[in-house]
Design a protein around this ligand. Structure first.
Ligand code: PDD
Length: 280
């Protein structure tokens, strides 16, 4: 496998970052994950726009233009011959003597890009359906920034892994669903209304969420950007997740209880198909 590290393409086993990289020491960096399908990146513009937003919110210098970045992403995918998989990019505030405050102006940001095979689009939604658990959302107040500070997400996902399910869905201190540890949460509530939480500082603005919202509008499918309480969530007819690597993923068990009739529901089925067409 070949990685891009600060201007060089290297075999991944030889690719290293400095031990005083601020990403390593402080989690002072951001990232993006894009799905590669049939040799092309899915929702590229949305990911680049979110990257720009994360950079701005962190006052992080941009290592290169979007066009140059896209060329690097393509080159990493090409050198790894990835036509179905994912590309990962990470930008940190670079290497500096350890000091919490930002290093002096001019410190070069560090850029790392890797790609890997797999994560092909599932053909069968029933086989793609999965379970989830709920856990307390213990994250910070700026979850809208796609930062590499992922410890609470890591701990949540590990709980899901240990419970033998796909995802941990986070419930905040007010008893409302925020999002999954690495996914956006959607539900069809007990009244049949399709809902996903409104965007603010407490969740990541998902690119797949945005793409799906556009697809819904194009197909005149109504939905509300309104969060669900835990009680509403447990009474939902359908639950599904979205992300660049989960696509539209039906959740059919929640904390061991069946969601709906325990199979992907009609809304998830329709959106799964519409999203597959969009990514093609
Ligand atoms: N995760 N919420 C969180 C906390 C996420 O980490 C992600 C993405 C999403 C969905 O965003 P998008 O639709 O843009 O992928 C929501 C990526 C896939 C990851 O960390 O691997």
């Amino acid at each position: 496998r070949i990685a891009y590290v600060n201007g060089r393409y290297l075999p991944q086993r030889d690719a290293c970052v400095n031990i005083e990289d601020r990403g390593y020491q402080f989690g002072d960096g951001i990232y993006e994950v894009l799905h590669i399908h049939d040799g092309h990146f899915v929702d590229t513009d949305l990911h680049l726009a979110r990257l720009a937003r994360s950079l701005r919110e962190m006052a992080l210098a941009r290592p290169m233009s979007d066009a140059a970045l896209l060329a690097v992403l393509r080159e990493v995918a090409r050198r790894n011959r990835v036509t179905e998989g994912i590309v990962y990019m990470q930008i940190t505030r670079g290497v500096a003597r350890r000091d919490h405050a930002f290093p002096r102006a001019g410190t070069a940001p560090a850029l790392v890009v890797t790609a890997r095979h797999g994560n092909a689009f599932p053909r069968d939604i029933d086989a793609w359906a999965a379970g989830a658990i709920t856990v307390t959302d213990i994250r910070w107040g700026r979850c809208d920034i796609k930062s590499v500070n992922l410890l609470p997400n890591v701990l949540a996902k590990q709980k899901a892994r240990e419970a033998g399910v796909y995802e941990a869905i986070l419930i905040d201190a007010s008893g409302n669903v925020t999002e999954g540890s690495s996914t956006t949460v959607w539900a069809v509530d007990a009244n049949g209304v399709l809902r996903t939480r409104q965007l603010d500082d407490h969740i990541l603005p998902g690119c797949t969420r945005a793409a799906l919202a556009a697809i819904l509008a194009e197909n005149a499918v109504a939905f509300e950007e309104r969060g669900l309480s835990e009680t509403e969530f447990r009474a939902a007819r359908e639950v599904f997740l979205t992300s660049a690597t989960s696509f539209v993923k039906p959740i059919v068990t929640l904390d061991g209880a069946t969601v709906g009739d325990g199979k992907p529901g009609p809304v998830a089925r329709r959106l799964f198909a519409l999203f597959a067409r969009h990514a093609d």
